[in-house]
Design a protein around this ligand. Sequence first.
Ligand SMILES: [Zn+2]
Length: 138
Amino acid sequence: MEEYEYEELLDRALRQVPSAKATDSRFTIPELKVFIEGKATIFDNFEAICSYMNREPEHVMKFLLNELGTAGKMEGYRAIFQGQFSKDDVEHQIQRYMDEYVLCWECKKPDTHFVKMERVWALKCDACGAIRPIIKRK
Ligand SMILES: [Zn+2]
């Protein structure tokens, strides 16, 4: 009898998992518009992606240039990189940027912001309060 109750509890607990997981779905960004033009790569909706991530375009740009190992510039709402990169290349770096600078490592929500603690920068989550140090590139 006791065992039956335990199984029933377990069963009930397991049934609650899908609904709990639904709110935990990974933050996704709109599709990147990336195309090659001559010897350059155009990231056409760069600014839109930055505002979607709620991050300064300058910071995102520095990260991308550093990680792609190239030079480039912002021109209006676009980013232009020297050299040819595929959409997957750029998307991979944006995903890495999000993992490092946007998504909370605890709850995976994007509701975070940078805070300065002593002499280091940290990423603070507004949703759950988690905080972790980051390397904020200059
Ligand atoms: Zn969080």
